[in-house]
Write a protein that binds this ligand. Structure first.
Ligand SMILES: Nc1ncnc2c1ncn2[C@@H]1O[C@H](COP(=O)(O)OP(=O)(O)OP(=O)(O)O)[C@@H](O)[C@H]1O
Length: 467
């Protein structure tokens, strides 16, 4: 039988493989030892014997394995017949990585065990371990970032059954199923951000990041870097690390651009390019990155008017306006007030209900801050309400007068001022009064029923400092 024929014989191949395996591991490892069923050493190689202080391997034969190799677990393996594939063995010199295998007879009974000390230089393992640990850390932080970037709302949280709301939901569902940009139009507090989350959550991109960027909340000179990221050293010397922009962070997912009407003109051109060519360059870099991002934009301003005034690029407007959704203000859908109040009270953990007279009072209010204002109002009112009902009297107190300018100053506006100037002065006084009485911008925004970013935007437009 030649050697190729021998390899075709299953049993002899197996035997050859076992022999080769034993020889290779025995020669390349730090040491090998074999024990019988009673854990007495029947064979040990020279290298291993020397490591444990024996000049001649023969001195170890017949000895209980633990006498020669303290801490050995070969007795356990010989007894149980179960291997311990990878373990550490402490030795006086240095720890060893060891593998312990049972030895079986032809009937499958355990008749002993064999131990290999695979290697002793654990520091050779440390780059591997460090790499593994850093991969683990990256994975954990990517997971938690992704979690933070998941949609927080679904369509079920956009409350209302009025015809206007049903139409909003119908269009938003259509938007979720398509890849086209969605443009959300509506006054402050009408739920544009909520709906953007819901569209993302119902879209095929739901498991990818949802990233939002508010144009009004970020200084103009930083916006481009926020959008497209920066190359290493783009601003302050070459050592500074690259910083990803929102387009990179949202890759594969949805980018929500809030207050898009406040986007500076030069950036509008760059955004248009990303939408058309699906690529962009980080600030300070020549590298071109591909973008796979679905865009949802929102604004509370009149974009068509902004286009007419040359403040917003017409080509970008048409590109964004593929699926416009107009969110109705609360005063146009008073029939939704009971359901909204019930849902908001539930979210606030309150089991109060509103009396019919209280609901009628709410229906007469104008709601400039829309649902955000309603939520703030209910939050304040439940602190005062005794018993199960919030009645008209309590609501009248909390609806309270806003810090309006005195009627005399409003009347004076008629003389010598045009409509726009008078409105600006009125708004300036309203905001200044609100800031003064609230003490800070956050509280002022809350009292006025505006989002903080809308308040900041209006303050900036009127040149009022928020301090
Ligand atoms: N239809 C709705 N049902 C329930 N809650 C709503 C609804 N619309 C808005 N809200 C709530 O009102 C608050 C304001 O909503 P959101 O921030 O989405 O408004 P917005 O239009 O984006 O406001 P802004 O333009 O000021 O940023 C949030 O607490 C939101 O959960």
């Amino acid at each position: 039988m030649n050697s190729t024929d021998r390899l075709k014989d299953y049993y002899s191949t197996r035997l050859q493989a076992m022999r080769s395996l034993f020889e290779i591991v025995e020669q390349s490892s730090e040491g090998t030892v074999i024990v019988d069923r009673d854990a007495r050493i029947v064979w040990i190689n020279e290298r291993y014997a020397r490591r444990f202080g024996l000049a001649d391997p023969a001195e170890a034969l017949g000895q209980p394995v633990e006498h020669v190799i303290p801490g050995s677990l070969l007795r356990e393996v010989a007894h149980s017949g179960q291997p311990i594939l990878l373990d550490m063995l402490d030795t006086p010199k240095e720890p060893l990585v060891v593998m312990r295998l049972p030895v079986h007879d032809e009937d499958g009974h355990s008749i002993g065990a064999i131990g290999f000390a695979l290697f002793d230089e654990l520091k050779r393992l440390s780059p591997l371990v460090c790499h593994y640990l850093s991969l683990q850390e990256e994975l954990a932080s990517a997971r938690s970032l992704l979690q933070a970037r998941q949609a927080r709302y679904s369509f079920a949280q956009y409350i209302g059954t009025s015809a206007a709301v049903l139409e909003v939901k119908r269009r938003a569902r259509r938007g979720a199923a398509s890849e086209a940009p969605v443009l959300l139009l509506g006054e402050t507090g009408t739920g544009k951000e909520l709906l953007a989350h819901a569209i993302h959550a119902a879209s095929p991109r739901a498991h990818q990041p949802f990233v939002s960027l508010n144009m009004a909340a970020i200084p103009e000179n930083l916006l481009e870097a926020e959008f497209f990221g920066t190359a290493p050293g783009a601003f302050t010397g070459a050592s500074r690390k690259a910083r990803p922009g929102k387009f990179q962070i949202a890759q594969g997912g949805t980018l929500f651009l809030d207050e898009i009407g406040d986007m500076p003109l030069h950036l509008q051109g760059k955004l248009l390019r990303v939408l058309q060519e699906k690529e962009f360059e980080p600030v300070g870099s020549n590298e071109i990155l591909c973008s796979n991002v679905r865009l949802i934009a929102a604004t509370s301003c009149d974009l068509e008017e902004a286009v007419r005034q040359g403040k917003f690029r017409a080509d970008l407007y048409y590109r964004l306006n593929v699926l416009p959704i107009r969110l109705p203000p609360l005063r146009e859908r008073p029939e939704d007030l009971p359901a909204l109040c019930e849902a908001i009270l539930g979210q606030l953990g309150s089991d109060h209900r509103l009396s019919p007279a209280a609901l009628a009072l709410l229906a007469r209010h104008d709601w400039p801050g829309n649902i955000r204002e309603l939520r703030n109002l209910l939050e304040r009112t439940i602190l005062l309400g005794d018993g199960p009902y919030l009645d008209e009297a309590i609501l009248a107190t909390t609806l309270g007068p806003l810090p309006l300018p005195a009627p005399a100053t409003v009347a004076a506006a008629v003389i010598g001022e045009n409509y726009r100037q008078a409105m600006q002065r009125f708004e300036r006084e309203l905001l200044e009064n609100a800031l003064a009485s609230a003490g800070n911008a956050l509280e002022a925004a809350r009292r006025l029923g505006l989002s903080r970013s809308t308040l900041y935007r209006r303050l900036a437009a009127l040149g009022i400092s928020s301090r």
